[in-house]
Design a binder for this molecule. Sequence first.
Ligand code: ADP
Ligand code: MG
Length: 721
Amino acid sequence: MPSNSVRQKILVDIAADPNSSAVPFAGKTSDLKSLFGNHTFNTEVQKERLPEKVFESLQNTIQNSKQLDPGIAETVAKAMCAWALEHGATHFTHWFQPMTGSTAEKHDCFVIPAGPGAAIAKFSGSELVRGEPDASSFPSGGLRATFEARGYTAWDPSSPAFIFRHKNGATLVIPTLFVSWTGEALDMRTPLLRSMAALEQQSLRVLKLFGNKKAKHVYPTVGAEQEYFLIDRRLAALRPDLQVTGRTLFGAKPPKGQELEDNYFGSIPERVIGFMTELEYEAILLGIPVRTRHNEVAPAQFEVAPLFEPANLAVDHQMLLMQLLRNIAVRHGFYCLLHEKPFAGINGSGKHTNWSMMTDEGENLLDPGDTPHENAQFLFFTSAVLRAVHQYGDLLRMSVSGANNDHRLGANEAPPAIMSVFLGGALDEVFHKLAEGTAAAAKKQDPIEIGVSILPPLKRHSEDRNRTSPFAFTGNKFEFRAVGSSQNVARSTTVLNTIVAESLDYMAGLLEEALKSKKDFNAAVHDIVCKTIKEHQAVLFNGNCYSDEWKKEAKKRGLPNLITTAECLPLINSKKTVDLMTKYKVFSKIEADSRHEIYAENYIKTIRIEAESAIEIAETMILPAVLKYKTVLTSAATTKLQKELIHGLDGLIDTLIEQLAKLKKLAVSVPEESVQETAEYYCGKVIPAMTALRKTADELETAADDALWPMPTYTELLFAR
Ligand code: ADP
Ligand code: MG
């Protein structure tokens, strides 16, 4: 069957019965409450199945980040194995987050032969604690060559082991860290934990100064809202660009996109809600606190958002959620697109990362509170965040860079690449008054006296929101909106934790000094907060961050505007970054260098694959189709107007051929002196050539016979379900 008739058949099938390709769902939604975390080796299960001493020792490791007592590993492994077998697991795996951006696993069977014709199920303490995947196939950015560093995975008890089900069974999954034998981080999770430790140390120091002697722990909290697209799987299968790159490299803008604004929060299509229900069911079993679901702005775009958790758990759950999205989509005949920009001209997907800090007593340090004392502490922490984003906005931007996210940031979609902070009306006013505080203290009485006056009530309503800001205060947390939908949030959270730790360190130092010289506490806090805001208020912006005026204004204010990943790459191991990261023991210089290499290569490879895919599609699908159309047209044309049509078509086809030749030439003459140079070449030369080729191909798509077009169109991909 020619591809266009396949296309038509699929469309007719979808129209007749959208659910025809779905696998029936066997879960019982009435049990949701009792099912929460049922497939995790959580505290309850541990308590039930472990001897008291072992349980307490394990809990001490989990709660207080204490070194694991190797003596308990054997007992824990045994209990975990029995529990997993009861849940139908046949295999176990160490699960980690290498620098590929996704997760990795290698399964081993529990069952091993024991004498002739017999077998036993076995899982030892050492198998629980340490694994040795073949590290040589994971990106290490030169670390391996330098150190011959093989990697190993190390059990991280702070994230509970879980059962991952598949059609024919299940696997016991053990969250681990992935490090080299010489101690370098080879994953995303190890630096995250280090940054959490740095933030905890500095926050506790500040809390002590504020008189809080009870808090033992402070951890960053993260709630990441995941946006995604769902496309019919049969149609997606006909798009090699989607299959290979996760985004469409061609495709004319459909007559209807999102301009009617009828999708956001619209009623969820039947087939999609069936998918969401199963997704949430599986997530709940794994203890992922999914809470919100809705239609997003673009057609075929949706969102799932969990409740926040401590950052390390939130990151693991976020990675799992992406896995579930992809797997469960298949069961419903969908193809889930997590790419930041699957469709040109249509909104892309982000992963708004809500971030705050919380004590082990449940106090949210970014909650303004009700008393002057709470207000003062809140202002201290909040101005530390402000300072961090101002001082290290470039690093924050770098932390969300990548070939995919470049299509959102800095391009014609928001949030932009300039890092600014939105505080919302009431708090913005307070901050501006405080900034005047030190400058004009003599002029008028202080409008706000820290430790004495009460903050005006801060709104937490959505009207008070600025959706164009990349970093917005939303009542009791910040929302970092520049994170990309396919990214591991560990990377940006690591940077955020570290830069705030640095700010708190600096400000705590000032406060300690002031107190040493017998300054009144409230007066000292007041001066430090005012000084901090004054010095860093340039990063505050309440206006429209998408506007050109803001670009000009931001430039005047000296805020960096890093539009492409190629520009961000050098920041990964710049002196400023390395000084910061080594000071707080988040990255060593060697690790920073290796990461530069890994991210640069990933960027280069991503664009190379896109370019090769674009060449193949243009050459083997689009060009033949338009030539065929021309033949048809030529044999049919009789009048002058009809012949002019051919003339116009000829011009476009020639342009396509020229642009194709240019892209092919660029793709084979890549400079390879340094990764930075190569990255800049792909950014400056290859991407524009791809964009030009696409423009012509899209014009041809709207001119040619639809029956001859070799791929499903945007309208079909976005609206058939
Ligand atoms: P909003 O009205 O701003 O959308 P929600 O309460 O609906 O606020 O939360 C949106 C997201 O922010 C959710 O994922 C939620 O869990 C997360 N969130 C709420 N409070 C915090 C916090 N203290 N720290 C981190 N994330 C939070
Ligand atoms: Mg959203």
